[in-house]
Ligand binder design. Structure first.
Ligand SMILES: C[S@@+](CC[C@H](N)C(=O)[O-])C[C@H]1O[C@@H](n2cnc3c(N)ncnc32)[C@H](O)[C@@H]1O
Length: 198
């Protein structure tokens, strides 16, 4: 392969961007992004993860963050991926056959988890919470924190300025949110929050 060919390939869009654009055009309020997360954003979302960490990823999309979770050393069998879009879920199953891929709405998260399983250490969410009614966020968050160990945390990214979860919702659930990163090298730039028990 010539040097010129290599250069041209490097200019090509990120893998799976076309899946995103297609799904976004069909279901904009459900997908909530035009492009998979960048590696820079994904690296922020895996802080603290290591071999032995148990992780749930909500709205895993085409697997951009999933790859970073596994690269952080998380064992595939310790990772559960929740994705409601059929096309994305099929892609995830193909790419991550040793992880638990669940085609489901995150609003019913607990229904799909083993009730006897150990609580997880991290939940990573790419769900477009800004598009969700507050009562839906409350329902999802309450299930997330039932699934997390006492000192576990939820990483949530958003494209809006400000935490995508209202203060009243955080208060009802006894949670606090801290902005931990602003990733400019992402389209669009993203804000990452770390949400823990208060
Ligand atoms: C902003 S994209 C993020 C995708 C991926 N995590 C990334 O960072 O590239 C949001 C994803 O959440 C999924 N999603 C939206 N609402 C959902 C829900 N209620 N339950 C499960 N997945 C959902 C969408 O299909 C989409 O894949």
């Amino acid at each position: 392969m010539s040097g010129a060919e290599v250069d041209v390939r490097q200019e090509l869009p990120k893998p799976h961007t076309s899946n995103f654009v297609r799904s976004m055009l069909r279901q904009p309020l459900k997908v909530g992004a035009l492009s998979p997360s960048s590696r820079h954003l994904a690296n922020t979302l895996v802080r603290g993860m290591k071999p032995g960490s148990r992780v749930i990823e909500l709205g895993a999309g085409t697997g951009a963050v999933t790859r970073a979770i596994l690269d952080a050393g998380v064992r595939p069998g310790d990772l559960t991926l929740i994705e409601q879009n059929e096309e994305f879920a099929a892609l995830l199953e193909k790419q991550f056959p040793d992880s638990n891929v669940v085609r489901a709405n995150a609003v019913s998260l607990r229904r799909y988890l083993d009730p006897d399983a150990e609580p997880v250490d991290f939940v990573v969410s790419g769900l477009p919470l800004l598009l969700f009614p507050e009562r839906t966020k409350l329902r999802i968050l309450s299930q997330v924190f039932k699934s997390l160990r006492e000192d576990g945390c939820l990483y949530q990214f958003t494209y809006g300025i400000g935490c995508p979860i209202n203060r009243s919702t955080l208060k009802i659930l006894g949670l606090k949110a801290s902005l931990i990163d602003i990733t400019m090298r992402n389209f669009p730039p993203a804000f990452t929050y770390r949400i823990t028990r208060a």
